[in-house]
Design a binder for this molecule. Structure first.
Ligand SMILES: Cc1cc2nc3c(=O)[nH]c(=O)nc-3n(C[C@H](O)[C@H](O)[C@H](O)COP(=O)(O)OP(=O)(O)OC[C@H]3O[C@@H](n4cnc5c(N)ncnc54)[C@H](O)[C@@H]3O)c2cc1C
Length: 353
């Protein structure tokens, strides 16, 4: 079978690595020509480590990453709890620069399978094959896998979540931030995590409904106006920020016929559980296995629905939990001090619930 993969993000590249391993003929088509930016980092949760192990790159990823077994949850300078983020093998979350992860996956691929600088414009399904039209050429295949993220050809499935994400890498040396932390604040939350070379990465998620600042006005200078003083040193020492409005998919849409969607294109998830990359990689693994076993692909992918629905729901609930204002935040803090939420169902999950 000849597979055309649209998009060389984490999902598309993971699928390409599997197809190459399985000797399945494929091409991967990407609109940009650069190896991702160097301005953001990514959390790779322990539930998707098996994917990178199967591809033989887990140790390479570990060599460029920092691993943490616990998430520290803070509110008002108070440590409320420490939550385990490990899987059965006692592996924790890995923190890596996005550029490094993409480079590792790309290094596994034969150059002649990658088509860069081509923007996919249209996909036409014929009776016996499928035609992919880019801004430069047309090509044919037997299956098209849409890994185009929120730019998916299935645009109608995307809704604005009223959240803005801000990602940065800071040179600040404060040891507090060099742990995996979640600082719960009113209408926003800040996650910090360590990177190699003594840098610290962070993700700040704002409820754009409640915080009166325009996305285009967000910069290292302006986010200090909406953040308590104690975080200014972290923000000050950031070279550049990635600011993005956050979208999510209304439904889980695996596509139809010879056009399959996976990763963010099928189920964009809000970032409050940091599962976007993990679930994209797991989709790719599951799809590659289903292709190898000659399964009916969409029917097979539907087996993932219940786990993904649970993750989407938990991510929504987290937004509310993380960003509560007084007095509800008092109750939440008391709950978190007395009770340790367990995430075994997630970190030990594979394809299904
Ligand atoms: C800054 C940032 C930080 C994040 N941090 C985390 C994190 O810590 N943990 C986590 O699990 N998730 C995180 N996420 C989410 C995570 O990155 C995605 O869920 C994950 O990468 C899966 O993406 P994907 O490959 O499906 O889509 P994408 O990453 O969006 O990749 C889509 C690819 O398709 C290409 N493309 C799009 N349209 C076309 C076209 N017409 N023709 C050709 N190519 C095209 C794009 O250039 C891109 O390379 C983060 C997201 C962002 C933006």
């Amino acid at each position: 079978m000849k597979v055309i993969i649209g998009g060389a993000g984490i999902t598309g590249l993971t699928l390409a690595c599997y197809l190459q391993q399985n000797n399945t003929e494929f091409k991967i088509v990407e609109q940009s020509n650069t190896v991702s930016n160097n301005r953001s980092a990514i959390q790779i949760s322990s539930n998707c480590h098996f994917v990178f192990e199967e591809l033989g790159v887990l140790n390479l990823i570990k060599s460029k990453a920092i691993q943490e077994p616990m998430l520290n949850v803070y509110s008002n300078n108070q440590l409320l709890n420490k939550l385990s983020v490990t899987n059965k093998k006692e592996e924790g979350t890995l923190f890596i620069r996005r550029r490094d992860l993409i480079s590792i996956l790309m290094s596994k691929l034969n150059d002649d399978n990658s088509i860069i600088n081509h923007k996919i414009k249209n996909v036409i399904e014929h009776k016996h094959d499928i035609e992919i039209i880019t801004d430069q050429v047309a090509m044919k295949g037997e299956l098209f896998v849409d890994c185009l993220g929120i730019n998916s050809l299935n645009e109608s499935n995307i809704v604005d979540t009223k959240s803005i994400g801000i990602w940065g890498i800071s040179n600040n040396t404060n040891e507090l931030y060099k742990k995996f932390n979640n600082f719960l604040l009113k209408d926003k939350h800040l996650v910090t995590y360590p990177l190699t070379n003594s840098q610290t990465a962070y993700t700040l998620i704002l409820n754009s409904h409640k915080i009166d600042i325009l996305e285009e006005d967000l910069s290292v200078k302006t986010i200090k106006n909406i953040m308590p003083k104690k975080y200014h040193e972290l923000i000050d020492e950031t070279e550049d920020l990635v600011v993005k409005r956050i979208y999510e998919s209304k439904r889980i849409e695996w596509g139809k016929g010879k056009v399959i969607s996976i990763g963010d294109a099928a189920h964009s998830i809000t970032p409050h559980l940091a599962q976007g990359a993990a679930q994209g990689a797991i989709d790719a693994s599951f799809l590659a296995k289903s292709i190898k076993e000659g399964k009916e692909l969409i029917l097979a992918l539907k087996q993932r629905d219940s786990l993904l629905k649970k993750i989407k729901l938990e991510s929504h609930l987290n937004k509310r939990r993380f960003q509560m204002g007084y007095p509800l935040s008092m109750l939440r803090n008391l709950f978190l001090r007395l009770y340790k939420p367990k995430y075994n169902w997630l970190f030990n999950s594979k394809y299904e619930s």
